[in-house]
Design a protein around this ligand. Structure first.
Ligand SMILES: [Zn+2]
Ligand SMILES: [Zn+2]
Length: 350
């Protein structure tokens, strides 16, 4: 039994920017929880917000707290009532912890749980040697899936859910946003049969990673006008599907402009502030099918993700550009905070 021994963890010790590498006791799994030895963990945009202590983080996070939520590891201890997970299992975890009692949880919409708690946001996360997660959130990984790739399934799942819900086969598709989830979405849209795939971004380094997933057109908005170019590519009619994965108000309006009448607009990127939409002109008169994506389907998306990765239909390894030991968190965050960003996904190894 390892609980109680000291472990290394990246902990937000107080309100404010930064984080500290500290030693804390290995947590003990409760009745329905498991203790996991973290093998690989990846840094999410959410972790950057927490590290930088932006207004969202200041309003949500209660230090001291270990953050991080994307990981893969091996189960080393299970709580007394755990039934389906055993010591030695290789797992990743759904980070949205459901209450299992609300209307949504009981009617097939567990991903929209009214009382959701988020790993590494509302409770201690995985930037540590060990993390405790509820059994219900555990996803068993195939033994052939590399640890670093396995740690990316949570954000890759966001992209898979968004693309899957948008039914892109045989359609023209635009993806706005060159962050990791936009990049993943371009890979999934290509695999799922989008016939004209256009990606729009502003970071040359990341657009170059996207290039590897074979989009038909790449638009750098710092160099050209996305609206004009997309209307030109589609012969003036607009695209069938827009996947908005940037959260930029300009991209949202551009997306609503270039989606064709009767087309689909899928919203995933989170704007920093409320965005004003002209409901009549941008949505209603165009008859747009609006889809909002939150999290991943629990647990259909995870099965889809495992199928895509285990079958090697999609190889997401080019998205991983750096790997650091856990304690090098400051160096990793510096890369991700750079104005001219030169990193994709960064893996931390305890
Ligand atoms: Zn994440
Ligand atoms: Zn619930």
């Amino acid at each position: 039994m390892i609980s109680g021994v000291l472990m290394k963890a990246i902990r937000k010790m107080r309100a404010g920017a930064g984080a500290e590498v500290v030693e804390v006791a290995v947590p003990k799994p409760r009745t329905h929880e498991v203790l996991v030895k973290v093998v690989a963990t990846s840094i999410c945009g959410t972790d950057v917000h927490i590290y930088n202590w932006d207004p969202w983080a200041a309003g949500r996070i209660k230090p001291p707290m270990i953050f991080g939520h994307e990981f893969a590891g091996e189960v080393v201890e299970v709580g007394p009532q755990v039934e389906h997970i055993a010591v030695g299992d290789r797992i990743s975890a759904e980070t949205h912890i459901p209450c299992r009692g609300c209307l949504q949880c009981r009617t097939g919409q567990m991903h929209l749980c009214r009382n959701v708690k988020i790993l590494g946001v509302d409770r201690d996360g995985c930037f540590a040697d060990y993390v405790v997660v509820p059994e219900i959130c555990c996803i068993k990984n195939d033994a052939t899936l590399p640890w670093a790739i396995a740690s990316l399934q949570e954000p890759f799942g966001n992209a898979t859910y968004a693309v899957s819900a948008s039914q892109v086969a045989g359609k023209s598709v635009v993806i706005f946003g060159d962050g990791p989830i936009g990049i993943f979405a371009s890979a999934v849209a290509h695999a799922y049969g989008a016939t004209t795939l256009i990606v729009v971004g502003m970071q040359p380094y990341r657009l170059n990673i996207m290039r590897g997933f074979k989009p038909d057109h790449i638009i750098d908005v710092t160099k050209e006008d996305a609206r004009a170019r997309i209307m030109d590519i589609t012969g003036g009619g607009g695209v069938d599907v827009v996947l908005e994965m940037s959260g930029s108000p300009k991209a949202i309006h551009d997306g609503l402009h270039v989606v064709r009448r009767g087309g689909t607009f899928t919203a995933f990127g989170i704007p920093a502030r409320p965005v004003e939409i002209d409901f009549a002109e941008e949505l209603i008169f165009k008859g747009i099918n609006l889809i909002a994506i939150s999290g991943r389907m629990m647990f259909g998306t995870w099965v889809e993700v495992a199928n895509l990765l285990n079958s090697k239909r999609i190889d997401i390894s080019p998205v991983i550009t750096h790997e650091f030991p856990l304690e090098k968190i400051d160096a990793a965050m510096e890369l991700l905070n750079a104005k001219d960003i030169k990193a994709g996904k960064i893996i931390l190894k305890p």
